[in-house]
Design a protein around this ligand. Structure first.
Ligand code: UT7
Length: 317
């Protein structure tokens, strides 16, 4: 027995940045961004902290699940980085929602939400936890070079959360890693030390978009096939394919190669952009809220990103 998703939630900053607004900062245009990525607008944080977004998403998910913070056995936050290096984002969420359980952040970049599901599965199947809060929370816009048109048009900020309880929802799951610091990198900023001979790294998001695109389509297709086979489900059993929202063309490639219909492909990149590990739980909560998904539906999740990491799973809601 593994987990069942019993509640979903999300939170976005107030500011909506349109392609028109981005084109005032760099040499780009709405037509290029829409046709190459599928993005129209994205949410960008101004006064909101990552903790604010995480707590709002967490409370939404807890309310829908009918569970209080004090009932949680574990909090996992998937994030590239919280507002501080320490305390972790998850520890501060724990304080804000009245939980008393252990709390830990994980960083598997855009695949982090599926890594979090895998970790939750391990805790629940080993009887170390029965009720887990998993949050995907990212503030990508803090890492962008707003002079680099090849990357600054792509990303947005947000947080999505799920509450997981012991149950039979998870049908199969897979995560992978292949160490690489050439294709997708965000450098770290360290304080200067009189003893260090190491140069500062570039703190901006840098990506070889074409190579990451090839990695994304290849790995997503491989992972989706594998988890569906392991779960014993076919395309017609699946209500929706929910890919990490990096590029509409990546999602459509996987949809077409697998033989899913247009209706089976979930997408929200038009209004979120790429929110890294927040993208799947943000979209999941929207689909549940809009009544497009309900109890008993089978969904396939797939993600890929920095690390390089990938993950995929099949879940019955
Ligand atoms: O979430 C983590 C995983 N990330 C991904 O999976 C992202 C995967 N990669 C991609 O989504 C795409 O590679 C991008 C959207 C990043 C780029 O799209 P592309 O079709 O691969 O474009 P490109 O980088 O090959 O650039 C094509 C042209 C270039 O001009 P030239 O050299 O052909 O004259 C770029 O300079 O488009 C130009 N370009 C732009 N033009 C207008 C690049 N960015 C822009 C821009 N506006 N924002």
């Amino acid at each position: 027995m593994s987990f069942q998703i019993v509640g979903t939630g999300r939170a976005n900053p107030a500011l909506v940045l349109t392609n028109e607004m981005v084109s005032k900062l760099v040499d780009t245009n709405d037509e290029w961004i829409v046709t190459r990525t599928g993005i129209n607008t994205r949410y960008v944080s101004t006064d909101e902290t990552l903790l604010d977004l995480s707590v709002e998403a967490a409370n939404n998910a807890l309310n829908k699940a009918g569970i209080e913070g004090k009932d949680l056995d574990l909090i996992i936050c998937s994030t590239l980085e919280g507002d501080y290096i320490t305390p972790s984002l998850s520890c501060l969420v724990q304080r804000e929602i009245g939980a008393v359980c252990p709390a830990v952040d994980i960083n598997a970049a855009c695949s982090g939400f599926i890594y979090g599901l895998d970790m939750a599965d391990a805790y629940i199947t080993s009887d170390k936890a029965e009720t887990i809060l998993l949050i995907g929370a990212e503030m990508m816009t803090r890492h962008l070079d707003w002079k680099d048109r090849s990357t600054c048009v792509l990303f947005g900020d947000g947080a999505g959360a799920v509450v997981l309880k012991k149950g039979n929802g998870l049908k199969s799951i897979k995560i992978t890693a292949k160490g690489d610091d050439k294709l997708l990198v965000i450098g770290n900023v360290f304080c200067s030390s009189p003893f260090s001979n190491q140069p500062q790294t570039d703190p901006h998001f840098r990506m070889n978009g074409g190579e990451v695109f090839k990695f994304a389509v290849g790995s997503a297709l491989r992972d989706v096939k594998e988890v569906m086979k392991k779960a014993g489900v076919t395309v017609s059993d699946v209500k929706m394919l929910i890919p990490h929202q990096a590029n509409l063309r990546v999602s459509q490639f996987v949809k077409e190669k697998m033989g899913f219909s247009d209706e089976q492909l979930a997408s929200a990149i038009d209004h979120y952009g790429n929110t890294s590990s927040a993208s799947i739980p943000l979209l999941l909560d929207e689909l549940v809220e809009e009544g497009k998904l309900s109890s008993g539906d089978i969904i396939v999740l797939t993600a890929f990103g920095g690390g390089l990491t990938t993950g995929a799973c099949v879940i019955e809601l």
